[in-house]
Design a protein around this ligand. Structure first.
Ligand SMILES: Cc1cc2nc3c(=O)[nH]c(=O)nc-3n(C[C@H](O)[C@H](O)[C@H](O)COP(=O)(O)O)c2cc1C
Length: 157
């Protein structure tokens, strides 16, 4: 008889994925530790995305009033207020020159690109972003965002 994987004995990502499930009812008293939350946030931060742009934001919602409001617009699902923590993913509706500059400044710091490489990358990102018409940019941004959500879902506890 097949038995459900026990997360305490999971030794691989596949074991952990066999255990993972969408929780429908949370014990409001049960809390994720601060250390585990930091790990989860870090997993999101390190997500891959096209050109590395990560055209989205992820927000940790700690205000219980805001969580109540979010529950109201989430089909009144109790998970929204009862889960230990809440992270909202928000795809950007645009991707401006200021966003490109912020991204390139950070890449230059982290990866040591020279000014010439940065100028070339800026042009290619601008060309790519300008290729999207209307809501296509939001859709493309949302697709990048879902990669980060998937990465969060595969984190081992
Ligand atoms: C993009 C997305 C949105 C989801 N929205 C909800 C939701 O609003 N409420 C909920 O209870 N589950 C939600 N789920 C969980 C799915 O219902 C669940 O993953 C699916 O039924 C498979 O079950 P499992 O994850 O336990 O294997 C969502 C999952 C994804 C990927």
């Amino acid at each position: 008889m097949e038995t459900k994987t026990d997360i305490n004995t999971a030794t691989s990502v596949i074991d952990a994925l066999n255990w993972r499930y969408a929780t429908k009812k949370f014990d409001p008293k049960s809390k994720v530790t601060a250390e585990d939350m930091d790990t989860l946030m870090e997993a999101i931060r390190l997500a891959a995305s096209s050109m590395g742009l990560q055209p989205y934001r992820f927000l940790r919602i700690t205000d219980s009033k805001v969580r109540k409001q979010l529950r109201e617009v989430s089909f009144d699902q109790p998970q929204i207020t009862d889960a230990s923590d809440m992270i909202v993913f928000a795809a950007k509706t645009d991707y401006t020159d200021a966003d490109i500059d912020d991204f390139l400044e950070e890449s230059q710091k982290q990866r040591g690109f020279d000014d010439n490489q940065i100028a070339q990358r800026k042009k290619s990102i601008q060309k790519h972003v300008a290729g999207f018409k209307g809501e296509d940019l939001l859709r493309w941004n949302a697709r990048q965002m879902y990669i980060a959500i998937g990465q969060l879902l595969t984190q081992l506890p």
